[in-house]
Design a protein around this ligand. Structure first.
Ligand SMILES: Nc1ncnc2c1ncn2[C@@H]1O[C@H](COP(=O)(O)OP(=O)(O)OP(=O)(O)O)[C@@H](O)[C@H]1O
Ligand SMILES: O=C(O)c1ccc[n+]([C@@H]2O[C@H](COP(=O)([O-])O)[C@@H](O)[C@H]2O)c1
Length: 215
């Protein structure tokens, strides 16, 4: 049974760091599909700058043409905060208990994991693949909170076949791309060029709708 990747984010806006992470994970882990799930009300940050309808449309345009990538709007359609544990539980119920699922995270998000709602449950619901990110230390480092280190030490796999529907942790390198949505928003607010940091189709949408004109 081919595994499915689950990639959540605020995507305000989506950029090439996100897209390469998903592409390299899909290739490396042999994922049949990657679900991009924009957060409705992200639990650990203020409300996104940009309305969910715009963030959804930017993701839709960014992934168009990649047959493995799919948009999943469930979190923005929900009136509740976007807890990943709830999203994974819903997907698990829909897709069945045998289906291998991979939660995809950048290193900065992973290091925050012990602050997430019912975070230990995440390891029961999916495998977790973490991508290195410029600026975020990773890999057995001292920066990992003790509780996370303990959880990871029981579950970490070196690259190689992973069996079962959930429960492993993989820390992976990816092409380092020092791109962030924050830097893109700042660049656009000072009328700078964000070209080649995100797909042209997304940038065109941003200009059409006059998004990110102010900090
Ligand atoms: N350049 C990148 N390299 C690796 N992972 C990334 C990169 N950018 C984002 N990610 C990961 O993608 C997921 C969603 O990130 P998010 O939508 O918050 O983007 P961001 O660029 O970090 O945004 P912001 O600057 O607004 O915080 C997170 O798991 C994050 O770690
Ligand atoms: O479930 C939680 O408690 C939780 C706390 C912080 C972040 N998340 C999710 O992690 C993903 C990346 O978040 P962010 O803030 O880096 O865009 C996104 O899908 C969020 O909904 C989830």
């Amino acid at each position: 049974m081919h595994a499915i990747g689950i990639f959540g984010g605020t995507f305000d806006p989506i950029h090439f760091g996100h897209l390469r992470l998903a592409e390299e994970m899909a290739e490396g882990l042999g994922l049949a599909r990657v679900l991009f799930i924009p957060a409705g009300q992200p639990p650990h940050r203020g409300a996104p700058r940009t309305a969910a309808t715009h963030r959804l449309e930017m993701v839709r345009r960014a992934i168009a043409g990649n047959p493995r990538f799919e948009l999943d709007a469930r979190e923005v359609e929900s009136p509740r905060p976007s807890y990943t544990v709830d999203t994974l539980a819903a997907l698990r119920a829909e897709l069945g208990f045998e289906q291998p699922l991979w939660l995809l995270l950048g290193a900065d998000a992973f290091l925050e994991l012990p602050t997430w709602h019912e975070w230990r449950q995440l390891f029961e619901l999916a495998h977790i693949a973490v991508a290195a990110r410029p600026g975020a230390q990773l890999l057995q480092s001292e920066v990992m909170p003790e509780s996370l280190k303990n959880e990871v030490s029981q579950r970490q796999r070196t690259d190689g076949p992973v069996s079962g529907p959930a429960g492993s942790v993989l820390l992976r390198q990816m092409t380092p791309l020092d791109i962030s949505a924050t830097a893109i928003r700042d660049t656009l607010a000072r009328h700078g060029s964000a070209r080649y940091l995100l797909p042209d189709a997304v940038l065109d949408y941003i200009h059409e709708h006059q998004l990110y004109l102010h900090t």
